[in-house]
Ligand binder design. Structure first.
Ligand SMILES: [Zn+2]
Length: 846
């Protein structure tokens, strides 16, 4: 008996953490607010809190405290609620909506707000990266402290906190579940410990393995959509972004590297960040924690949480705590414990609170001035608007317009056809963004092309020109043209326009063109219903002069045995949901080719396996999964790499290998894949998967390595980091030439195309000139940073290339056509490989 008691005693003691460890001295707390441990059943830092427990605690506190109210702003893919808690004085909480609506005056001078009186708003975003858990766990202490501490009652009159405990609930849960299920009561910080080595795909990302901290500009994920809507409604002055970095570090807070600020961000933003940094230093000094600033991380790409606010009159602040990535981990300082990481994060919440309350008027004035200055800049600008559109594709145009609207950008739909500098902009498929609006600077950044830079190192991409990512036509307009165009204001929202069936039921064939973004979705849905689907490799035209380009799809009842009316209803429904117009074809005697032509291939329904798990790049794989599951509504198998040797591959006719390190696959797997291709499979590969295929002679791809000329015998050691870094291609946009007569190019009407490139992979074009449907041009750089020697290497190299074996084909994509789900402009190249790969003439592939 006594030995059992003793055991229990030590088990508790080994885990002993007390709330006082986190909380600052000299505060007294309201007893009516529940402490986290009373809800969780353990002290913060003892276990990794899961999302349900977070929701439970925040809901409890919001119910108990007159200082707090919960705001539900969305739902994740895995159906977890997205919540944030507004904390302020009880008086402010009672009139919260009014206080929020008054914020609009900071952005719009017509409203006029009283910057002297307005509260400051501070948004606190935790653990956008789910496996950086100190953030979400620290949010519990913040929730307790800011609702229960008696001494801050007066301060709360002047500040509204928006505590978002969990930006990425699905990732947070994945990680918490991993660590908790491997936790020992007597922890081992050995880096080999399973607890500290998360399984693929790890918890950093959301359900589809997207990095949500790159999605603040593209807003393609539900977590971002909800959060950006809140940002635009609240216009916070300060945005805190709690992260973790490598284990052998201390603590980082912004400012980051000064020379890597985005040039569109005012200098004053950097000064304010620096001033706030003084508060963090003071607070961290008090608890004896080491930290650093200005030596790493940057504020260049506006799609990150700490940078997005900088182009909107706010100040974004990045915190990076060295990670314990579990409960305890050995590091260069000895060891790092989870509670220690939580305490540092919470301490900077306290320092930020003091900075925000001290600097309230200064921060509100700064935001007001930011928009007033932007207005002056607009007046000096000779150009007054952008117009954009794709005459052949409503879907792509719609999705770009949707992004602009999410950022509270005013937008007008073009209501008549116009041709500008020879480029047609179609009514209903084009939009105009006037510059005379508060978001002028953000608009500039979304349409900007830049090829010269102050620094040659980037933490992330160096460009994000949206019309290029969507491969849309766009141009800037003078005031004269802007005032002439007939437009309709669509700033309040836009609904996707449905497609329709043109013609009657009972036609033998129906046809639709391939240009619409969702044409592949329509194709798959019709295949799935058992109809016969064919693709035309030649152009044809009906008697009433409706022209169908290459890649147009023909639908017949085939062996489906459905009635004419059912067939027609199916077509109508699918046209409506995809935005594709489907035409009844009453005779097979079309001009160009006839509808029974041998140039029209019968299509097999794709049965797709996407390789995932160890060795595979999860971001690349996730983007492909998301494209099929969320956009095209096509089921795919996520095939774990370790099942490659045992799985029956014959049930798939398309296998996709994302970029990755394929050393996990051996000769057995390589031989199996080779014979699968030989017997007619379509193998689609991305990035470094192509190297593996080439090395295993499954496909022929020749890569060139850059040879950087070294002329100096001695270089300064201090320059090493910058020298190496400048050769990294972090992400830039390039011009390429697309063969629009090739099945990979179907649906495109312009041979000039923009592609996104990350990394230094340079593919020699195939000796067979028909195997190179996409190559870089002679002058490839469109926007972004690339080292001059790499730029030389890129010229005329391959972007998409084919290789044949037996009766199958391998299609290699050097660059990512699905980047972060906002490169709508190149998705179709990838989908063409999936649907039309089977029809590509094998003489063109070897
Ligand atoms: Zn992070």
């Amino acid at each position: 008996m006594s030995s059992i008691l003793l055991f229990v005693f030590f088990a508790v003691q080994a885990q002993e953490i007390n709330l006082d460890y986190y909380l600052p001295d000299d505060y007294t707390y309201d007893n009516s607010i529940a402490k986290p441990s009373s809800i969780l059943g353990f002290e913060v830092g003892e276990w990794h809190v899961n999302h349900t427990q977070v929701v439970q605690y925040f809901t409890t506190v919001a119910t108990q405290s007159p200082r707090a109210v919960l705001i539900n702003y969305g739902t994740t893919h895995e159906k977890r609620p997205l919540l944030m808690m507004a904390v302020s004085s009880p008086k402010n909480i009672k009139q919260l909506e009014k206080l929020r609506d008054e914020r609009e005056g900071l952005r719009n001078p017509d409203f006029k707000s009283d910057v002297q009186k307005m509260p400051v708003v501070m948004y606190m975003g935790h653990s956008v990266h789910g496996n950086e858990a100190s953030g979400v766990n620290a949010s519990l202490i913040s929730a307790y402290h800011f609702t229960a501490a008696k001494e801050i009652e007066g301060d709360l009159e002047n500040i509204i906190l928006l505590i978002d405990p969990a930006i990425n609930p699905d990732g947070i849960n994945r990680f918490a579940s991993w660590v908790n299920s491997h936790k020992s009561y007597y922890p081992s910080g050995d880096r080999n410990n399973r607890e500290l080595n998360e399984a693929w795909p790890r918890g950093r990302t959301n359900h589809y393995w997207f990095d949500l901290n790159r999605d603040w500009i593209p807003v393609q994920q539900p977590e971002s959509k909800g959060r950006i809507a809140q940002f635009q409604a609240w216009l916070p002055n300060i945005v805190l972004d709690f992260h973790e970095m490598g284990t052998d570090n201390t603590f980082f807070f912004q400012p980051g590297i000064p020379s890597r600020n985005n040039p569109l961000t005012p200098e004053k933003n950097f000064e304010l960040t620096d001033k706030i940094a003084g508060y963090h230093a003071k607070y961290l000094d008090e608890i004896g924690s080491l930290y650093y600033t200005k030596e790493s991380f940057d504020d260049y790409y506006f799609g990150k949480g700490s940078t997005y606010p900088d182009i909107q009159g706010a100040v974004g602040i990045l915190f990076e705590q060295a990670s314990s990535r579990g409960n305890l981990q050995e590091n260069v300082f000895g060891e790092i414990a989870f509670p220690f990481t939580i305490r540092n994060q919470f301490t900077t919440a306290l320092s930020s609170f003091e900075a925000a309350t001290d600097m309230r008027v200064e921060l509100n004035t700064y935001m007001s001035d930011f928009y007033a200055d932007a207005k002056e800049e607009y007046k000096d600008d000779d150009l007054k608007a952008f117009i954009f559109g794709a005459k052949e594709d409503y879907g792509r145009t719609f999705h770009f317009a949707d992004i602009l609207l999410q950022h509270n950008i005013q937008l007008y739909s073009l209501e008549e056809d116009v041709t500008l500098n020879g480029i047609p902009f179609k009514s209903g498929k084009s939009f105009i963004v006037p510059f005379d609006q508060p978001q002028y600077r953000l608009i500039k950044s979304l349409f900007e092309t830049r090829t010269t830079f102050q620094d040659s190192l980037f933490y992330d991409v160096s460009t994000w020109n949206m019309p290029m990512a969507f491969n849309l036509n766009y141009m800037s307009l003078s005031s004269r043209i802007l005032n002439l165009a007939k437009v309709e204001n669509v700033s309040q929202g836009l609904t996707f326009r449905e497609g329709k069936v043109i013609g009657e039921a009972g036609a033998n064939s129906y046809g639709f063109e391939w240009m619409e973004y969702y044409a592949p979705k329509a194709l798959y849905k019709l295949m799935d219903l058992g109809y016969q689907l064919r693709v035309s490799h030649e152009v044809f035209q009906t008697k009433d002069n409706k022209k169908f380009g290459r890649g147009s799809i023909l639908v017949e009842k085939g062996n489906s045995e459905k009635s004419d009316q059912t067939f027609y209803e199916d077509l109508k429904r699918i046209a409506a949901t995809t935005g594709v117009n489907i035409h009844a074809l009453t005779t097979g005697l079309t001009s160009g080719v006839n509808l029974g032509s041998p140039s029209i291939s019968v299509l097999k329904k794709p049965s797709i396996a996407l390789l995932v798990d160890d060795g595979v790049g999860s971001a690349d794989a996730g983007e492909i999964w998301h494209l099929f599951d969320q956009r095209m509504e096509i089921p795919i198998t996520l095939l774990p790499s370790y099942r490659m040797s045992s799985a029956d591959l014959n049930r798939y006719n398309v296998i996709i290998l994302p970029t990755g390190n394929y050393s996990v696959l051996g000769k057995k797997e390589a031989d199996k894949l080779k014979s699968w291709v030989q017997s007619g499979g379509t193998l689609i590969s991305r990035g470094s998967a192509m190297n593996w295929l080439a090395a295993n002679e499954i496909a022929v791809f020749n890569f060139k390595s850059p040879e950087y000329e070294e002329t100096d015998a001695q270089k300064q050691y201090a320059d090493l980091k910058n020298d190496k870094g400048s050769k990294v291609t972090g992400g830039a946009i390039f011009n390429a030439k697309l063969d629009i007569t090739h099945p990979i190019g179907y649906g495109y009407t312009d041979a000039n195309i923009h592609v996104f490139k990350q990394g230094n992979q340079f593919l020699e074009p195939s000796g067979n000139p028909y195997a190179n449907p996409v190559v870089y041009t002679e002058a490839p750089l469109a926007s972004g940073y690339v080292h001059p020697e790499n730029l030389e290497m890129i010229k005329n190299k391959g972007v998409v290339q084919l290789s044949g074996k037996g009766s199958g084909r391998t299609i290699g994509f050097v660059d990512n056509p699905n980047f972060r789900a906002f490169w709508f402009g190149t998705n179709k190249l990838f989908l063409n490989a999936v649907f039309f790969g089977q029809t590509i003439n094998s003489a063109s592939t070897r």
